[in-house]
Write a protein that binds this ligand. Structure first.
Ligand code: DGL
Length: 223
């Protein structure tokens, strides 16, 4: 049976798994969640690459068929190097799936929240520019969110106030769509959809499910 591994930096990355499993229950799944080293988003490129590389290596040693990197921070800058190191291995990324969906539903201006590393890398900016130069992107780093989530304090008032402050900043730029550019942030999907009813919310954990479906449809040799 096709075995798919999902790799992320921490415990809450299991949202990607829950979503994917509910759509494709016929496959076998495992998760590699590097809770111990989270958050990745405050680390240097070298540290993130080393951790991502160690994770991938461990999974290939376990004979996994396909790895889904459910971590925007890893995908922001280490993608090319990981692909070069793991030639002929099947790795699926996030970021581009979210960009494709966001530009499909946004009329003019997209907002993005993500880890410090993801925002500083400007990877989303480059992908949006490539696919739709007419769209504007306003981004905001939210480095405290992963810490709140990893410590189980994501429903605390100070966490939600922090999140709201950042969203309010982005709303000043008239965004109509918001990308949750960190898979940990899926946990805020319902809260944000309820509170900001005029915003279309793109959740990078869910967009990866769509991408996986398309990929499996094309690659029947994997079964
Ligand atoms: N969930 C990850 C992401 O999508 C990383 C969060 C972190 O460890 O800082 O960026």
């Amino acid at each position: 049976m096709l075995k798919i591994w999902i790799l992320d930096s921490g415990f809450w990355g299991h949202y990607a798994l829950l979503d994917i499993k509910s759509h494709f229950p016929q496959y076998d799944y495992e998760v590699y969640l590097d809770h111990q080293n989270a958050p990745y988003g405050d680390k240097s490129w070298e540290e993130i690459y080393k951790l991502a590389e160690a994770g991938c290596q461990e999974l290939w040693n376990k004979w996994c068929t396909l790895i889904l990197i459910a971590c925007n921070t890893i995908c922001a800058e280490t993608l090319r190097q990981l692909q070069d190191t793991h030639v002929n291995k099947k790795i699926l990324w996030c970021i581009v799936p979210s960009v494709e969906i966001a530009i499909g539903i946004s009329q003019w201006s997209i907002g993005l929240i993500g880890t410090q590393f993801t925002i500083t890398s400007r990877k989303y900016d480059r992908e949006i520019e490539k696919l739709s130069p007419s769209h504007r992107l306003s981004s905001c780093a939210t480095p405290e969110l992963v810490k709140y989530i990893e410590s189980g304090n994501q429903t605390e008032k100070r966490c939600l106030n922090y999140l709201d402050e950042k969203i309010e900043e982005l709303l000043k730029d008239n965004i109509d769509t918001l990308i949750l550019g960190c898979t940990h942030y899926s946990i805020f999907y319902e809260y944000l959809s309820e509170k900001y009813k005029n915003l279309r919310i793109v959740d990078s954990a869910r967009t990866q499910t769509i991408k996986l479906g398309e990929y499996l449809h094309k690659h029947t040799e994997l079964f």
